[in-house]
Design a binder for this molecule. Structure first.
Ligand SMILES: Cc1ncc(C[n+]2csc(CCOP(=O)(O)OP(=O)(O)O)c2C)c(N)n1
Length: 364
């Protein structure tokens, strides 16, 4: 019988043990359970907004699994829950961002739901304007290279967002300077309602890597172990000083874009069905069962555990206090401005110049 320390046939060529495989499955299953709970909480009127990663979890766990937690940098996007949990965010910390409570580590309840980040764990806050994070990761990688910290930055975006100028600027700079950064595009085929064919003149975003002097790799996002292999190769390459990689993970978006969207308005029943069939969770489960890694007892234990984790995260998050209104302006200005606009603070040249609220009265 296999033990946790023993390597099994499956994943052995990648240096993965049975314990690793089960841990990867656990991370995917827990993330899915949290995501499903978020939809219930939203429909029950308890949380205002959900943006879901269902269908992306296999790629996210596989790609992030070989990062060094607390050492490397993660620059996520709004669907990154599985990446974040793999990199050390606790389910409680994920759930509390939905409830916008005062002790929420992402923003103290200030950001939109789904804008995760933990400063002391090198997890940058999600940025609302899509693709800006790709530049942030590139800047972090430049700093890591200059300071010789041996750190790698990984960042994530969608294929629609990869058409923003920020994406091209970031890849160009990272390619020139051989920065330790991994760019992941999670291609689920849609940017809200816009299909891939209307977003890009080339069929694969990965093709763009070559134009910036870096490998562009396509990986099946439902193949967890291939994602692990691809992520590890890119992370190792970045750490060695050989430069960035662009990874395009072909994934499926199993839910609407967000809880405010209705995808039946723009996707056919066949397309939706095909999307469900590309779910990475049952595929990985079956792979592990076939390999003798996941037996019934382990599965039952994981299922029970994920229920406990979700209950605990929800109950804990819901029971925390709302942010103190007196702290509302914290982190907005270096010095908190007075609340009233007729206060002398606002009557300065800085705010009331000749040509408008921020003008200094001259050409800029
Ligand atoms: C600069 C900017 N433009 C538009 C939006 C609105 N917006 C939010 S998500 C999104 C779609 C992004 O699609 P994609 O990059 O394919 O990622 P997915 O949501 O499918 O994972 C858009 C247009 C935004 N947040 N920022």
């Amino acid at each position: 019988m296999a033990t946790d320390a023993a390597t099994t046939q499956l994943g052995a060529d990648l240096g993965l043990t049975r314990a690793d495989l089960i841990e990867m499955y656990r991370l995917i299953a827990i993330t899915r359970a949290i995501d499903e709970r978020m939809w219930i909480l939203n429909r029950a009127g308890k949380i205002p907004f959900v943006i879901s990663g269902q269908g992306h979890e296999g790629a996210q766990v596989g790609l992030a699994y070989s990062l060094r937690k607390g050492h490397d940098w993660m620059v996520p996007y709004y669907r990154s829950v599985a990446s974040l949990i793999t990199f050390g965010m606790h389910p409680r910390e994920i759930m509390i961002a939905q409830f916008a409570k005062g002790v929420d580590p992402s923003s103290g309840g200030r950001q939109m739901p789904g804008h995760y980040g933990v400063k002391d764990r090198n997890i940058l806050s999600v940025s609302s304007p899509v693709t800006t994070q790709v530049l942030h990761a590139t800047g972090i990688a430049l700093a890591a290279k200059l300071r010789k910290t041996d750190q790698v930055a990984i960042t994530y975006t969608g294929e629609g967002s990869s058409n923003q100028g920020d994406f091209f600027e970031a890849l160009n700079f990272a390619g020139i300077h051989k920065l330790p950064v991994v760019f992941v595009v999670e291609n689920n085929g849609y940017a809200i309602s816009v299909p891939m064919s209307m977003q890009s003149s080339v069929p694969d975003i990965a093709m763009r890597g070559e134009g910036f002097g870096m490998p562009g790799v396509i990986v099946d996002g439902a193949d967890v172990l291939d994602c692990y292999r691809t992520g590890k190769e890119a992370i190792d390459r970045a750490r060695r000083g050989d430069g960035p990689t662009l990874i395009e993970a072909k994934v499926t978006r199993m839910t609407a874009h967000s809880s405010d969207d209705q995808q039946t308005k723009y996707r056919t029943a066949e397309d939706l069905q095909a999307g469900q069939e590309r779910d990475p969770l049952p595929r990985f489960r079956e792979e592990l069962r076939q390999a003798g890694v996941l037996d019934e007892a382990t599965e039952a234990k994981l299922l029970a555990e994920s229920k406990v984790v979700v209950e605990d995260a929800t109950d804990w998050a819901e029971s925390q206090s709302d942010p103190d209104p007196a702290t509302a302006q914290r982190h907005v200005y270096a010095d908190a401005p007075p609340a009233r606009m007729d206060d002398p603070f606002w009557q300065t040249e800085r705010f009331i110049g000749d040509g408008g609220p921020t003008s200094r009265g001259g050409a800029s």
